[in-house]
Design a binder for this molecule. Structure first.
Ligand code: CTP
Length: 400
């Protein structure tokens, strides 16, 4: 099979150096990449770097290799065009159909999906001109990833950072596999919890669990790809922020509860994928607990944590809000799942059987989604994103 052909457009922003990492991800996973930088991009990163990393020649102007008609051919032959970083100027040119260099020509001739990953200062991103250009591009079917919030060039902080290259790659991989998706979650606010809580014993020790957060991140990523506004409440994950998702970081079950309840106030659905500790130490030692040579250790006394899933299910912040829980079970998976669904009062419960290669830390998952209406949807062993999409399909059906 031919390698998927990707055009990586790079426009002139300081984040251009991050395009090298994105390029490496594509080539290492078997894509044929043609890098098309703008003249300004080449002031940040040299053509030699793009050429060496892609294994392909790099051209900027329509006047290079004219006999090959590159200004038409490159776009025509692409399976995907991704522009990362996309500056405010590049978005404006693309929205208005200007074509004064090889990249803008390529954008006009491409008939494949196009992804833009904008990066700029907050003021430029928020300017009505940029926002209108983004809306125009989206209306025409382009995927424009929301910039991340964080440190910008210089001392500034705000919205406008290029998302993590690994996460831009995930967006592109998904678009290549499925095309540009129907934004069936547009206009919805969805809350997803992910990861595992840590309940501190003293400043250096905690009670925790092995949840990686990958299933929750897959839920957040797929919801964003389907057009939703997503708040991801992440407990101790260490994973890069999914592109276009608002991430709220928490540590303990009590902090997670607070963040989930706050975000749930105007949410259409809440998905509790986090592994929340049922108990926490009754006391927190402000100094490190020392061993005393001649004495047995003190027992750790635990108290119950709030059950966030039961609470959001009982006190729906909005009429028609859909609540989804997760359960990891080792025995009597379906019977225990049904009982848990009833006990928690949620609409859907994703039941995993905990096993060797399944669930913790892996990229794959297998589950049955139980519905309060008695439905049962088996999801075969496969990527966590496939399970995430099934969950959103079931949520969409209930929201409608
Ligand atoms: N959960 C929660 N708050 C807690 C514990 C769990 O919101 N304090 C949520 C999890 O996010 C998950 C679901 O509840 O969506 C299932 O959690 P689980 O710990 O399996 O449920 P329990 O009722 O504690 O059942 P078990 O006795 O099997 O631990």
């Amino acid at each position: 099979m031919d390698k998927p052909r990707v055009v990586l457009g790079v426009s002139g922003g300081i984040a251009a150096y991050k395009a090298c990492e994105l390029l490496r991800r594509f080539t290492e996973s078997g894509h044929d990449v043609r890098v098309v930088p703008t003249a300004s991009a080449l002031r940040f990163v040299g053509a030699a770097t793009f050429s060496a990393l892609s294994g392909n020649p790099v051209a900027t102007e329509v006047w290079d290799d004219v006999h090959q008609v590159p200004h038409v051919r490159i776009g025509q032959h692409a399976d995907l065009v991704v522009v990362a970083p996309a500056t405010a100027d590049m978005l404006a040119k693309a929205a208005h159909g200007l074509a004064d260099d090889l990249l803008t020509n390529t954008l006009l001739t491409a008939r494949c999906p196009v992804v833009f990953a904008p990066a700029m200062h907050t003021e430029m991103w928020e300017h009505p001109a940029t926002q209108e250009n983004v809306a125009t591009l989206r209306r025409r079917g382009a995927v424009v990833i929301e910039p991340a919030v964080g440190r910008l060039t210089g001392v500034d902080t705000g919205k406008g950072r290029l998302p993590d290259p690994g996460e831009i790659f995930e967006v592109c991989r998904r678009v290549l596999a499925r095309g540009v998706q129907e934004p069936d979650l547009r206009g919805r606010h969805l809350v997803v919890s992910a990861g595992g809580t840590r309940e501190p014993l003293d400043p250096v020790r905690f009670l925790g669990n092995r949840s990686s957060g990958k299933q929750g991140y897959a839920l957040a990523r797929t919801a964003a790809a389907r057009g939703a506004r997503v708040t991801l409440v992440a407990a101790n994950t260490g994973l890069p922020d999914p592109a276009g998702v608002d991430v709220v970081r928490v540590g303990t079950a009590v902090q997670l509860r607070e963040a989930v309840l706050k975000a749930a106030a105007d949410a259409d659905a809440v998905v509790m994928a986090a592994a929340v500790a049922d108990f926490r130490p009754a006391a927190y030692a402000t100094g490190k607990i020392k061993k005393k040579d001649d004495k047995e250790p003190d027992p750790v006394v635990l108290v119950r944590n709030p059950d966030v899933l039961a609470e959001v299910s009982a006190e729906r912040a909005r009429a028609g809000q859909v609540i989804v829980g997760f359960a990891a079970e080792t025995d009597d998976v379906l019977a225990n799942g049904r009982a848990k669904l009833a006990r928690k009062g949620c609409d859907l419960l994703v039941v995993n059987e905990v096993g060797e290669r399944k669930t913790f830390g892996s990229e794959e998952n297998e589950a049955v989604v139980l519905g309060a209406d008695g439905s049962e949807t088996p999801v075969p062993y496969g990527p966590k994103e496939a399970l995430a999409d099934t969950v959103w399909d079931l949520v969409v059906a209930r929201l409608d």
